[in-house]
Each structure stands twice: as C-alpha cells, then as structure tokens.
Design a protein around this ligand. Structure first.
Ligand code: ADP
Ligand code: MG
Length: 342
C-alpha cells in the first residue's frame, strides 16, 4: 500500500493553513471567531477579547547582518499589534517566546528586549510573560498579543459589500524597497568589506523596513469620526494578497486603480534606480503594516479629506474578480504573488 506524501512547496502557505485547520470545531460558546482573521475573537463579557500570534525566524523574516536586534524586537511587537489593530481593537498585553542558539550573548538579547520594551512603551502594552528555550540554528521570536474591542466595533475580513469603497492608510511598497536596498548594500559589502554602505538617500525606505508602525492612530480616528469599516485587515503580505483574503472572506470582488495607489516619492525614485516597478512593489511588497479597509459610500465625506487615508477603488460582485485598472485604462486581473518556502 502506498502512502501519499504531499510536498509543502506544492501547497502554498494559505492552502496549508486551510488543510490543517479545516476540521477545527469551536466547542466553547465564548469562541466567537477562530482561524481565518487577523486575530481570534473571544467573548469575555462586556467586550470581545482579541488574540493573535506571530512568529519571526532569523534568515527568513530578518537578517542580523543589517537588522539590529533592537529593531527585530520592536518589529515583532508591532506585527502582533497590527493584527489587533486590524480588528479595530486595542492591544493591551503581549507574551514573548524566544528560541536562541549559544552564539547570542546576554548583551545581544538585552538589545532585543530594549526594542521590545520600546514598542511596549510606544503602544502602551504590557509584557506579561513568555518562554525561553534553545535553538540549534538561528533566533526565533514568537509574540502573542491580547487586546479588546467593543462588541459593536469589531471589524472582520468578512463584511465588505459591492459598491463599498476600498481604502488603505499611509503608503505602500516602501518596506519592500527598503529591504531591496539593504540586500544590495549587503551584497556589495560581501564583495568589498571596505565599502561604506550608502544608506542616507534611502532613509525613509529603510526606516519603513526596520521600524514599521501599527496604525493604532487610525482606529482612534474611526472612533472619533464615527466610521465603522465593513471589513478590515492589515497589509503584512502585500496589498494583492490581502485583497484576495478580503475577497474570499467577504465573497466579493475588487476593482482598484493603479493611479490611486499611495506610493512615497522615495519609493518611486528608488524603484527606478533598481529597475523595479513601483506598482508591483506596492501590490506585492509586504511588511508595510498599513490598514486595508472598506466603508460604505455614505462615509466618503468623513474620510476623503484625511491625508492618512487613500481611496484606491471599490468593491464589486464576486464574479468580477480582482481587477487593477492601469494608468493606460486597461483592466488586468490581480493574482497573489509569492510563497515563502517553509
Ligand atoms: P496574519 O498575516 O494576519 O498574521 P496569517 O496569514 O498568519 O495571518 O494567518 C491566517 C489565519 O490562519 C489566522 O487566523 C491565523 O490565526 C491562522 N493560522 C495560521 N497558522 C496557523 C496554524 N498553524 N494553526 C492554526 N491556525 C493558524
Ligand atoms: Mg494580519
């Protein structure tokens, strides 16, 4: 009898998660929402509690040759807080688990924790526990964040309706282009260790890569201006991939416009130097941690004058699929790119 074996590289991350979690049944009345959103939703009485875990692996998510440990710590916390923010909630506590090899010193790990505490202070979250173990290879850091949201303010990935407006915060693609700059300088350094990395012209991009922020300000803004998105998620894997998630969860299509994609001037200039397309970087570059959300058209007056929010398109019927209208007025179908091998 032959036992079938499926190679993970043939599946892709999302298919793998689907297959691993398809039989999961929620038996607790308090488990309102499980796998499938940025955070799990748990009924704890007056509020919903939000719970999310993220893991960063050395060599895959960060490279210690150019990413100082304090930035790794800061970014790990921000990535988890961004998932709570994406539910329209506020993060309150975190736990941190680390796996370390013997090449790390106490001082190095104190630097990691310096970054963790800096993020905790910036976002007013408390580090309340974790776990420490050894690793045979590099550093692994896993952060769990707990937060809360009023029951009437919860935003899920499902809920977008045809004709809703599609919005993103901040600008897109900069973190990815920042990573390309750092990788290029690293390669030059490997060839000539005497070279001085030229990073000054790319300050914004590198900061977006090394020190991203979670858009907690936007959640506060929604509360202030009385906007409740019909769907929302954070952009950690790239806009195209996140639109596909919203599409699947909300059972809708999207039409977005190339000339509406918010792209920073430095991203434009640098993509030209690196012979990259700034549109493709905005669509597929990850780690911006901005918010992608939909609102009813009636909310347009409340958001249109806000410089942090950009209207990029509208929601369509599912049958219309995911379309990008290019600057030449051609409609092309967007597909997700990339699968990081396990
Ligand atoms: P995000 O990019 O917002 O952190 P992911 O793409 O990592 O989200 O995960 C998508 C969903 O799948 C989330 O609801 C997450 O909790 C769930 N998930 C991911 N990996 C696993 C796993 N190994 N077991 C159970 N659920 C998982
Ligand atoms: Mg997310």
């Amino acid at each position: 009898m032959s036992v079938s074996k499926t190679a993970l590289k043939d599946l892709g991350e999302f298919k793998l998660i689907d297959l691993l979690t398809q039989d999961s049944k929620l038996v607790r009345k308090s488990s309102i929402y499980g796998v499938g959103d940025d955070a799990a939703v748990i009924d704890t009485g007056a509020h919903y509690t939000l719970l999310t875990t993220d893991m960063l692996v050395e060599g895959l998510h960060f490279d210690l040759t150019y990413c100082p440990l304090k930035h790794v710590g800061y970014k790990a916390i921000v990535a988890s807080i961004a998932d709570i923010t994406a539910m329209n909630g506020v993060a309150e506590q975190i736990t941190v688990a680390i796996a370390i090899s013997s090449r790390f010193t106490l001082e190095a790990l104190q630097e990691l924790y310096h970054g963790i505490y800096t993020a905790c202070e910036r976002y007013q979250v408390d580090l309340v526990g974790g776990d420490t173990t050894s690793s045979t290879a590099g550093l692994v850091i896993s952060v769990t964040a707990v937060g809360k949201v009023s029951k009437d303010k919860l935003c899920l990935r499902k809920g977008a309706k045809p004709y809703d407006l599609v919005c993103v915060t901040g600008d897109l693609g900069a973190a990815y282009v920042g990573l390309q700059v750092l990788n290029r300088e690293k390669r030059l350094f490997e060839v000539d260790p005497n070279m001085q990395p030229k990073l000054a012209p790319y300050k914004y991009l590198i900061e977006r890569q090394l020190k991203p922020e979670a858009r907690t300000d936007i959640v506060e803004l929604f509360d202030k201006i009385g906007v409740l998105p019909t769907s929302m998620m954070d952009i950690s894997d790239g806009l195209a991939s996140e639109l596909l998630h919203l599409s699947k969860a909300s059972k809708v299509g999207f039409t977005i416009y190339e000339n509406k994609l918010p792209i920073h001037q430095q991203t434009h200039e640098t993509t030209e130097t690196l012979h990259l397309s700034s549109t493709l970087c905005a669509l597929h570059g990850g780690e911006d941690y901005e918010l992608l959300f939909t609102v009813p058209q009636a909310d347009l007056p409340k958001i249109e004058s806000n410089s942090n929010i950009h209207l990029i398109g509208y929601v369509t019927e599912l049958s219309e699929g995911l379309k990008l209208v290019t600057t030449n007025n051609e409609a092309i179908t967007i597909t997700a790119q990339g699968w990081e091998p396990l």
